[in-house]
Design a protein around this ligand. Structure first.
Ligand SMILES: [Zn+2]
Ligand SMILES: [Zn+2]
Length: 162
């Protein structure tokens, strides 16, 4: 299974989805920024360690795993079922909730970095990673490497401004 990551370029803030194999860095198609994988994230075979232990983008080891489930889509399916239920005597709602459950059951797990929101797909499940904890998420984000101490949103000037 191929490994991929959704990451946000620290230079231009654009989100990207890229393959993680056969290289030692991510390159931003938007601004050309090269994000080298953090230390210890490459295995002896030259591929990213699987299951992922440290974030290749920010180096943080706090991550959580969750189902790769689109909650909005799930909600939409149930809403459609509910809207149609007067004409189907409630059957559509039952069918749509079943569909939702089936979707949830079959979608794979993803690993998400607390520090930079990087999303890892195609990796083995790391037993160290638990479900998302909203109580710890804030603290973890502040503790993550490369995070500014304050909430000020200082963005570097765009490199390719004309
Ligand atoms: Zn960029
Ligand atoms: Zn990260």
């Amino acid at each position: 299974m191929s490994h991929s990551i959704e990451w946000r370029c620290p230079s231009c803030q654009h989100p990207h989805s890229q393959e993680l194999d056969a290289t030692d860095h991510l390159s931003c198609p938007e601004c050309g920024h090269r994000q080298h994988y953090t230390e210890g994230t490459l295995g002896p075979a030259g591929a990213v360690v699987d299951p992922v232990g440290n974030c290749v983008v920010c180096g943080y080891e706090r991550m959580f795993s969750q189902k790769d489930f689109n909650r909005k889509l799930g909600l939409l399916i149930v809403v459609i079922g509910a809207v149609l239920s007067p004409w189907t005597y409630g059957l559509s709602l039952v069918v749509c909730m079943g569909l939702d459950y089936g979707l949830y059951f079959f979608v794979p797990e993803i690993t998400v970095c607390y520090g930079c929101d990087g999303i890892y797909r195609g990796f083995e499940n790391n037993p160290k990673h638990r479900a998302h904890d909203p109580l710890l998420a804030d603290r973890y984000r502040r503790e993550a490497p490369g995070q500014p101490d304050t909430d000020t949103d200082v963005r570097p000037p765009a490199a390719n401004e004309t």
